[in-house]
Ligand binder design. Structure first.
Ligand code: SAM
Length: 283
């Protein structure tokens, strides 16, 4: 079978199946032959472990994952791609395709059912419209996975992998940093996709932490403060945090107890400081 990155073959395959690209589903398929092998190698899957892919498209990354992992499960929302995948993955006996929405499926149950006791890594070229919600849902639900190696838009990659305490960081940077160690692996140009999107992309790896880097009693309050602080990032924390803590006197006392200046801005704070303020509010 020809390579799925061979554009003439890909066009013929898609036209035989009467397939047309859906912008709404973020369908930009990889046609740069060097990208998928690099992603599969970087995701850490091996013969003893499993790989979970979100959005296999025509199966270009799925095939590379099948070559390195013991078992691959690929979740695809677009039912028009199921017969295409049936054809392209016909020789891969360690792959199963699941039809469903990755945001709605019970992925804990899926992992238990399909992978049993195997270690699991997520590897995917994510549809851009669900990048952050999907990454956060996987991390917050504490899905039993070792890592996520994912292709995202370059801007999202820079945000997700920014150093906490810098201007490039956002609420999602801190949320991700609480659950995982983030690193940018390599850039991918827009010309690597069919059709080419309007922006460039990058592959990042989030290695899930066994324990969070800071101890906090009230995780929910810590995340409310992070969201409030970055929601109005130009304001000082004594103002921006009031969206999460309307009682100004209580907020002032918590900032003092945590040793944080009321004139600081959220982007200057470390995760440990957010945790200290959240805990002081609970006392
Ligand atoms: N992996 C393929 C590749 O690299 O060429 C396709 C990547 S394309 C950027 C995103 C894929 O995710 C598409 O196949 C799309 O149909 C699928 N998709 C979109 N939303 C989804 C969702 N909520 N759950 C599962 N798959 C989804």
């Amino acid at each position: 079978m020809p390579q799925l990155t061979d554009i003439a073959y890909l066009r013929d395959l898609l036209s035989r199946h009467g397939f047309s690209f859906s912008k709404k589903l973020g369908q930009n398929f990889l046609v740069n032959p060097s990208v998928c092998p690099r992603m599969a190698a970087a995701c850490g899957a091996d013969r003893e472990s499993g790989a979970l892919e979100i959005g296999p498209g025509v199966g270009v990354l799925t095939k590379e994952l099948a070559a390195v992992a013991g078992q691959v499960v690929a979740v695809e929302l677009d039912d028009r791609l199921l017969p295409v995948l049936g054809e392209t993955l016909s020789e891969c006996d360690n792959v199963s395709v699941v039809h469903g929405d990755a945001l709605k499926l019970d992925l804990h149950a899926l992992i238990r059912e399909k992978f049993g006791d195997r270690r699991v890594s997520v590897c995917a070229n994510l549809p851009y419209y669900i990048t952050s919600p999907l990454i956060m849902a996987l991390l917050e639900s504490r899905l039993p996975i070792d890592s996520l190696t994912v292709m995202v838009q370059r801007e999202a990659a820079d945000r997700l992998c920014a150093a906490v305490g810098t201007r490039a960081a956002g609420a999602v940077t801190l949320a991700v940093a609480y659950y995982a160690e983030a690193e940018k692996l390599f850039d991918v140009s827009r010309g690597s996709f069919m059709p080419a999107p309007n922006v460039d992309s990058a592959v990042i790896r989030l290695t899930v932490r066994k324990t969070p880097p800071v101890a906090v009693n009230d995780e929910k309050m810590m995340f409310r403060l992070i969201r409030a602080g970055f929601g109005q990032r130009r304001k000082t924390v004594s103002n921006s945090f009031s969206a999460a803590v309307p009682d100004r006197e209580r907020l002032r006392a918590a900032l003092v107890a945590a040793g944080v200046s009321p004139t600081a801005r959220a982007e200057e704070l470390s995760l440990a400081q957010f945790a200290a303020i959240a805990d002081a509010l609970g006392e």
